[in-house]
Write a protein that binds this ligand. Structure first.
Ligand SMILES: Cc1cc2nc3c(=O)[nH]c(=O)nc-3n(C[C@H](O)[C@H](O)[C@H](O)COP(=O)(O)OP(=O)(O)OC[C@H]3O[C@@H](n4cnc5c(N)ncnc54)[C@H](O)[C@@H]3O)c2cc1C
Length: 542
């Protein structure tokens, strides 16, 4: 019997996992949120063939209070313990028994669970006392082979700092669509992206990962606890804040396709939560966009403080809030509801039972346009001064209106920065601009399937022009690597800020022969490589 030291006195619930193809869904969470705290133990449980047991003191079955909670005594088991209490063979075959019972107890706090050794049937021992775990480890493994010992020691190595979290482990390639459905079945919420096809453990969680729940719960990189990755030296590494912690930091914003192939990530989960949803739209005209954009800019700081996140544009909004009541939510968005209705638009403010309910109704059904040639650009918009100062607000509205008026390009506004999230400085490698911004503004140009080379250059120029306006507006901010202009000037600083030098050092450490390279990734070798010969020859010096 091998003791596992663990800070959870509560027994783990039943574990189950769902597997599909080896590289698709490998999600492992327990059957309820409460027992999800044992997530690291779930994989150990499976590795040792289910012979991971929860342990209680030897005589616990006699007591009506165990570890501070009411417990139903089991007379049969209690009788067996009384019978064997002073028998060496009985003691040696029970995990929580010692030959000298004081070592089962916490002597310094006098917390114990003992019978009267002179008369183990003496009921005053359990009638007059509570049973406490004392010095008995809360779990043990019934070791049957060296593999069990290896599994136990590897577990201790990975989790030795004794931290437990409610979490889910997701294999590379599993789309959020499957993750959300699985979360719904298990009464939890996984904070993830706004499209069903995004792979939860792929580019999303390695480069940032915003969600409309991020304002409260953080970015994907904030919520990831561990990656398993094969690095370029062919080594499978477990990467978390205790092991390979430098690589953990790098993967929390500086990848993918940069440091190796991630096989899985483990990320925090939240309990299932209901959401207040505001969905507003109206027909956009030359006259009504500015008024709505002004309302968005004027209200967003307050909405941020209230916990709203969402996607907005000059004539639409879909925002969610897990913190407010329905009445509070209705009052909060009333000015834009009034505006939309005055434009003969529609406005719904409702209560939905879970993230999955929301996602099915508003995201999957909307079918974000894909299969269209689309050139993206984006910028993170700092809270101060653009949402705190009248001049800042006006400059932001002016810029968005200029996009619409000059190029008929609508701003795609995402309130998905970790505005209320309590970030621990230095734990991720995304641009620090995420931490002081309230919005990401995206913009795009679509190209026809038969666009000429000349037209394509012209359309990239539009995106580059808007990118430069954004840079002029907020020169010290940055952009999200995953949704940025592919011809972003000074991309190292824009995507990673002052984290870049350390990221480059780690790239050189983990990929010294530069076996992985991708466009504008950390350590990018530049556009001259043959693999980039299909990219247009567009200067980033603008
Ligand atoms: C319709 C749509 C909606 C989106 N919505 C959001 C959103 O709400 N929030 C948000 O933050 N982003 C969003 N994005 C951006 C999205 O996060 C990025 O496109 C992201 O890179 C997707 O990652 P993927 O692994 O699914 O895609 P892929 O194209 O497969 O991978 C992207 C990059 O990551 C690398 N990569 C993938 N898997 C691994 C791995 N296992 N190990 C190492 N490298 C890997 C790939 O090589 C590639 O370089 C959206 C994108 C689209 C198209």
């Amino acid at each position: 019997m091998f003791p596992i030291l663990c800070d959870i006195a509560r027994p783990c619930g039943p574990w189950f996992s769902r597997y599909s193809a080896p590289w698709s869904l490998q999600a492992t969470i327990p059957s309820s949120f409460a027992t999800a705290k044992c997530f690291f133990l779930g994989s150990l449980y499976r590795t040792v063939g289910g012979r991971l047991y929860t342990s209680l003191p030897l005589a616990a079955s006699c007591f009506s209070t165990v570890n501070g909670s009411p417990s139903t005594p089991n007379a049969t088991e209690c009788a067996l313990v009384q019978q064997g209490y002073t028998q060496p063979d009985f003691r040696s075959t029970h995990y929580s028994a010692h030959m000298m019972p004081q070592w089962e107890t916490c002597q310094s706090t006098v917390q114990r669970c003992l019978l009267n050794s002179n008369d183990p049937s003496d009921p005053t021992a359990w009638e007059d006392n509570e049973c406490w775990q004392g010095a008995i480890a809360s779990r043990y493994i019934d070791v049957r082979s060296e593999d069990d010992v290896l599994a136990a020691l590897s577990f201790v190595n990975e989790t030795g700092a004794n931290e437990t979290y409610p979490a889910i482990t997701i294999g590379a390639g599993v789309p959020f669509e499957d993750v959300y459905a699985f979360a719904e079945e298990n009464n939890i919420t996984v904070v993830g992206g706004y499209h069903q096809t995004i792979a939860a453990s792929g580019g999303w969680v390695q480069a940032g990962g915003h969600s409309i729940l991020s304002p409260i719960y953080g970015l994907g990189v904030d919520r990831v606890l561990q990656y398993k990755i094969v690095t370029l030296d062919g080594v499978l590494r477990t990467v978390n804040k205790f092991q390979n912690s430098d690589l953990f930091w790098a993967l929390r914003g500086g990848a993918g396709s940069t440091f190796g192939v991630v096989l899985e990530s483990t990320m925090l989960v939240e309990p299932q939560m209901s959401l207040r949803v505001a969905a507003i739209s109206f027909n956009q005209t030359a006259d009504n966009a500015r008024g709505f954009l002004e309302l968005l800019v004027n209200n967003s700081y307050k909405w941020g403080q209230e916990g709203w996140g969402g996607h907005m544009g000059p004539a639409s909004l879909i925002n969610v809030n897990p913190l407010l009541t329905l009445e509070e939510a209705q009052a909060s968005v009333q000015p834009i509801v009034d505006y939309a209705l005055a434009q003969n638009g529609t406005a719904v403010v409702e209560d939905l039972a879970s993230w999955q309910t929301f996602f099915g109704k508003y995201v999957e059904s909307a079918e974000a346009s894909v299969g269209v040639q689309t050139i993206l650009g984006s910028r993170l918009i700092p809270t101060d001064p653009f949402f705190t100062d009248d001049n800042g607000k006006e400059a932001l509205v002016d810029l968005m209106v200029k996009m619409v008026d000059t190029y008929a390009v609508n701003p795609y506004i995402i309130q998905g920065t970790p505005f209320l999230y309590n970030y621990t400085e230095g734990t991720t490698s995304v641009t620090p601009a995420w931490r002081n911004s309230l919005w990401q503004i995206g913009f795009h140009e679509n190209m026809l399937y038969n666009a000429t080379l000349e037209t394509m250059y012209a359309q990239y120029e539009i995106v580059n022009n808007i990118t430069s306006w954004m840079r002029e507006l907020a020169p010290d901010s940055g952009a999200y690597f995953n949704e940025a202009n592919p011809y972003e000037p000074d991309h190292e600083v824009t995507f990673w800020g002052d984290n870049y030098p350390a990221l480059l050092e780690l790239k050189n450490k983990y990929d010294p022969f530069k076996l992985l390279d991708c466009w504008m990734c950390v350590g990018w070798q530049g556009p001259a490589d043959e693999r980039y010969s299909c990219y247009l020859n567009i200067s980033t010096d603008y």
